[in-house]
Design a protein around this ligand. Structure first.
Ligand SMILES: [Fe+2]
Length: 424
């Protein structure tokens, strides 16, 4: 008979443990889980009063987050001295009665005598996981008035182990979450710093050339518009904008007099000026950019698809797309702004230049989206007329330009303009 009762109890304990496992693994709110776990312990042993606290290592205190029959304890904190924390640690997971006389427990108990007496605590269960205190469970007596048997204490300890692991996992998850949040914040800050640095560099590059104020910034914006029209992702668009901002960074090393020459420069000066793409590449390539192709844009933005560009004389597919985009944006800005030795050209002429030089200087796969973006603006298809704003409204004669753009797009798409590297 006695054996049968123990067996029943064991079965009951296993069932309670299985329930507890499910409670802990549940994805519900952490505190709700802890309340459910405490109720299960109390329910499985017929205990009316109980409370559960988690240990907060930052404030060195026990925070009561669940209580049943000891309700004035819920949401309250219990500060611990470092001695008390180490006492708790030395206890490990066990179920102690208030009569337990082990040294560590006596120390802990003495400091809390009034509280433990007023709550009529019969069992104290410290929870320690991997050498760290994670919490404490306080339990009152059994509803039947019986003493706690050894098996009862074992049941409580087994359940406390489960709960302790649950608290530990929750803590790890929270730490990870916090670290992820911090990383995210740090990343955002670095992006802002990077963007500001890029802008500062662009301003430094442009200030060296007194005739082309804002050139780098405009090339960045035109490049961005082309990439957006080509369906690039937000990060790629941001990357090409930076490539545009920095494409002439090598000019920082070229003599100011050559850059600002109010005449067409001679061959020797031209050689000096033409070093700026390679120098730009050298400046940019050691930097770990969020968009890897930025140094390539600097190096190859003066290449031509017919192979007659510099510094390497690459042709067609050999030229990185990022450089082809910056090349079109750069040339467009050069043609549409006043230079020391010539006034800007009429937009009609610029479109004609694109027609004559697509497949020679410019890559048709870049000219098409740029013309399409401008056409959409002139045709009222986009709310934000970014290119028109950069050029100035008066300069863009909508009625004349829109049909030219449309015809050019059609001719390029149909292959009517077939000039390529081979037959240029
Ligand atoms: Fe350049």
């Amino acid at each position: 008979m006695q054996q049968g009762a123990s067996f029943q109890k064991l079965l009951h304990t296993f069932a309670a443990l299985a329930d507890l496992g499910q409670e802990i693994a549940d994805t519900r709110d952490f505190e709700e889980k802890m309340r459910a776990a405490l109720h299960l312990i109390q329910g499985s042993l017929g205990i009316m009063r109980g409370a559960l606290a988690v240990f907060d290592s930052e404030t060195q205190s026990l925070k009561f987050i669940a209580a049943r029959g000891m309700n004035d304890l819920a949401q309250s904190d219990l500060a611990l001295s470092s001695q008390e924390v180490s006492d708790l640690l030395s206890l490990g997971i066990c179920a102690l009665t208030k009569d337990d006389e082990s040294r560590a427990f006596v120390n802990f108990k003495n400091g809390r005598k009034d509280l433990l007496d007023s709550l009529r605590v019969d069992l104290i269960v410290p929870m320690v996981v991997r050498g760290s205190p994670v919490g404490v469970i306080l339990l009152g007596g059994k509803a039947t008035g019986e003493e706690f048997a050894t098996e009862d204490r074992e049941v409580v300890c087994a359940m406390a182990r489960h709960i302790g692991v649950g608290i530990h996992e929750h803590r790890l998850f929270e730490e990870l979450q916090q670290r992820a949040d911090e990383n995210h914040q740090l990343y955002d800050e670095m992006r802002v710093i990077y963007r500001d640095t890029v802008r500062a560099f662009a301003a430094a590059i442009d200030s060296k050339d007194k005739y082309t104020q804002g050139h780098s910034q405009r090339v960045g914006k035109f490049s961005e518009i082309i990439a957006r029209e080509m369906g690039w992702s937000d990060e790629e668009v941001e990357g090409i904008a930076v490539a545009g901002y920095l494409h002439d960074i090598g000019k920082l090393v070229v003599e100011r007099d050559i850059i600002n020459a109010p005449y067409r420069i001679n061959a020797k000066e031209s050689v000096e000026l033409n070093r700026h793409p390679s120098i730009g590449y050298e400046i940019l390539s050691p930097i770990n950019h969020p968009y890897a192709d930025i140094p390539l844009a600097a190096r190859y933005h003066h290449e031509r698809v017919d192979g007659r560009g510099y510094p390497d004389g690459l042709t067609g597919e050999e030229i990185p797309l990022v450089a082809k985009i910056v090349c079109v944006a750069d040339s467009f800005d050069a043609m549409t702004t006043d230079r020391p030795y010539k006034k800007r050209r009429a937009l009609e002429e610029v479109v004609d230049d694109f027609r004559r030089n697509s497949g020679k200087q410019f890559a048709p796969e870049v000219v098409i989206p740029f013309c399409r973006a401008l056409f959409k603006e002139l045709n009222g298809e986009t709310a934000n007329r970014r290119i028109v704003k950069l050029l100035g409204k008066d300069y863009v004669e909508q009625e004349r330009i829109a049909p030219l753009l449309q015809a050019l797009i059609e001719d390029l798409e149909s292959g009517a303009i077939t000039a390529t590297a081979g037959n240029a």
